[in-house]
Design a protein around this ligand. Structure first.
Ligand code: ADP
Length: 618
């Protein structure tokens, strides 16, 4: 793009509105000028008796008006057209200037030549030409005006054209003085050339400044765009779990953003001291199978934390697989380090199939992306390690609790034999001790059952349930029987309210029993002697709601959000039941959610607690 095109592009960059509005403005100005000229001609002749050649002036005005009307129509059609050529706008501008030149020349002659008060109109027109026309066209136009004034003056001087004396700011004597006329012409033409060239120079500078500003703006936009992209990739990688998907995401984004043939990530294997390919895109399988790179063969600059550009891969001596690279059609390469928190953990390479010189901005951008990627890779590695450790821990707990269950049950059985006196008579004191031992073993067995439940679910991610149609009313009846005695012991009154019709849900029977039992047993456990509990089952549209409400110890507002966390127990609950596990509610929540339901809790410390379970009804 040459300078003119650039400026023109800038000039017209505001779109179609700006050039069209300029032409429109110019046409409007001409209509006004025509009106003023006709009015001035009529006033001059009929009021001031100036004896102007009215017929001539009117003819000129009519011709110009006709041309202006044509231009007006052209502008009207251009405005309606969905698109137009900028050259056409240029052409209209040139036609306008040509028309004006003829018009002014005619009026100039009719109103007194060099002594015409309309002389200043030339100045005004020339200034406008500096704004609207290109530099060369402006110079041409000014030269034409000058030539026209000179020719007319010369013709008047030699008597070829008669000089018309009109009322003027120059006296008649001076108009007849050739020296005065020569100097007047000289100064006037000087003023014309100087003002037009000043205007075009000023505008040129202004346009240059605008162009610099636009360039800066573009750069800023570019930087902004890059920052946004970096941010987007950071967010995307942060939300992608696991190492491989993160690496693939980085590769794909870099390739797309930089428009390169292929991208490759090699990570350092510290055991072998080699760079292994871990992710790639845009490269053939054959190339990817080339194998690892030995550290001494790699680009040492990259591993020292500096980017490395190879313009022509054939002239790079440090390649481990030069033939394979050539076969792949790679010409240039940019290698940047994957700078982790403490050290370089690998390299990110961009390959192009044509010679490409990467700009400093591009290198900086890819380097920033690589550093961000490296941190994300490290995080993903930590995540993978933690996940493996967590899985190992879960497996260990499952195994341990399982292994504990058998000997504990055996001890329980043996203690039972002793307590019942089958191995000899025991004293009351011994019996009491054995019963206490059995109670302890029961709570350990209960804990191990809960642990088994929760860790089995955690390691599988889902709860294995044999889903059947379960009657909630039957389940509530079972719970009523189960908790009757226990509640009586604490003088707690439990009221049950169930609808008349059958209420069935799709669930695992055992799991649903656990939900109900856990909520009711907690209510009994955390309600002091003489308290009240209500169990209400209701049908709401296609949902079933089960509410278990007590007027027990309640839960403080800061503890409410934590009660579904594993092992969480309130201080007050620990006092009441030191052996509780804090595993019941998390498991209840998981079961309810696995069945497509929700569980909510409302509680006030010292006032009581209400759990509300909603399940889809069948
Ligand atoms: P656990 O009852 O063995 O402690 P849960 O997981 O069943 O374990 O309950 C977690 C905690 O939630 C309890 O320790 C207790 O602090 C609180 N909680 C549960 N149900 C109630 C209730 N009905 N009233 C007051 N606190 C309760």
């Amino acid at each position: 793009m040459d300078e003119h095109q650039e400026i023109k592009a800038l000039f017209y960059e505001k779109g179609r509105e700006e050039p069209l509005s300029k032409v429109g403005w110019w046409i409007l100005l001409r209509w006004i000028l025509l009106g003023v000229t006709i009015l001035a001609g009529l006033t001059g002749n009929f009021l001031l008796n100036l004896k102007l050649p009215l017929a001539h002036i009117l003819l000129l005005c009519c011709l110009t008006a006709f041309l202006n009307a044509l231009l007006h129509y052209q502008l009207f059609t251009l405005k309606k057209a969905p698109s137009f050529e900028f050259n056409l706008v240029d052409r209209i501008t040139y036609i306008q200037f040509g028309t004006d030149l003829v018009f002014i020349a005619g009026i100039f002659n009719d109103t007194g030549g060099i002594a015409s008060p309309l002389l200043f109109y030339f100045l005004f027109h020339v200034i406008l030409s500096g704004v609207l026309l290109e530099r060369w066209a402006c110079f041409l136009y000014v030269s034409l005006v000058a030539l026209m004034i000179l020719t007319l003056s010369f013709f008047e001087f030699i008597g070829f054209v008669p000089h018309v004396y009109r009322a003027s700011f120059i006296s008649k004597d001076l108009q007849d003085n050739p020296f005065f006329v020569f100097f007047l012409l000289f100064f006037f033409l000087m003023v014309l050339f100087i003002s037009s060239s000043l205007i075009s120079t000023l505008l040129k500078r202004l346009r240059e400044r605008i162009s610099q500003l636009t360039e800066l703006e573009e750069k800023l936009e570019d930087t902004n765009h890059r920052l946004e992209t970096l941010n987007l990739i950071a967010v995307k990688t942060a939300t992608t779990l696991g190492l491989t998907p993160r690496l693939d995401l980085i590769c794909g984004s870099v390739r797309e953003l930089m428009g390169v043939k292929g991208v490759l990530i090699r990570l350092l294997d510290e055991r072998t001291n080699r760079l292994e390919i871990v992710s790639s895109c845009g490269l053939s399988d054959a190339y990817i199978k080339t194998g690892p790179i030995d550290l001494d063969k790699s680009y040492s600059r990259t591993l020292k934390g500096k980017p490395h550009v190879v313009l022509d891969i054939t002239s790079e001596p440090s390649l481990q697989y030069p033939e394979e690279i050539k076969k792949e059609g790679i010409v240039s390469m940019l290698a940047v380090p994957l700078q982790g928190r403490e050290k370089v953990i690998g390299t990110l390479r961009l390959f192009t199939s044509e010679r490409r010189e990467f700009t400093q901005e591009e290198i900086d951008f890819v380097s920033a992306l690589a550093s961000q990627g490296a941190i994300s890779i490290e995080n993903a590695r930590f995540y993978d390690v933690l996940k493996r450790q967590d899985e190992a821990k879960n497996d260990f707990i499952i195994l341990m609790t399982h292994e504990l269950k058998a000997p504990l049950s055996a001890i329980q059985g043996l203690l039972d034999v002793m307590r019942k006196g089958y191995v000899g008579a025991i004293t009351d004191k011994q019996k009491e001790l054995i019963e206490r031992m059995q109670k302890r073993i029961d709570s350990v067995l209960e804990l191990s059952a809960e642990l088994l439940d929760i860790y089995k679910w955690q390691s599988k991610g889902v709860i294995d349930m044999a889903l059947t149609s379960v009657s909630l009313k039957d389940q509530i009846q079972k719970a009523e029987d189960l908790f009757k005695l226990i509640a009586q012991k604490k003088s707690i009154k439990i009221s049950y309210e169930v609808p008349d019709e059958q209420v069935n849900v799709k669930a695992g029977e055992e799991e649903l029993e656990k939900v109900l039992n856990n909520l009711i047993s907690n209510a009994i456990k955390y309600t002091p002697i003489g308290g009240n509990i209500s169990v209400v089952l209701r049908l709401v549209d296609k949902q079933v709601t089960l509410r278990v409400k007590d007027n027990g110890i309640g839960i403080s507002s800061e503890d409410v959000p934590k009660i579904f966390n594993e092992f969480f127990r309130t201080k007050e609950a620990k006092v009441i039941d030191p052996e509780g596990s804090g595993l019941g509610l998390p498991f209840v929540k998981k079961i309810v959610e696995s069945l497509g339901g929700t569980i909510r809790v409302k509680s006030e410390k010292g006032q009581g607690t209400e759990f509300m379970v909603t399940l889809p009804r069948i």
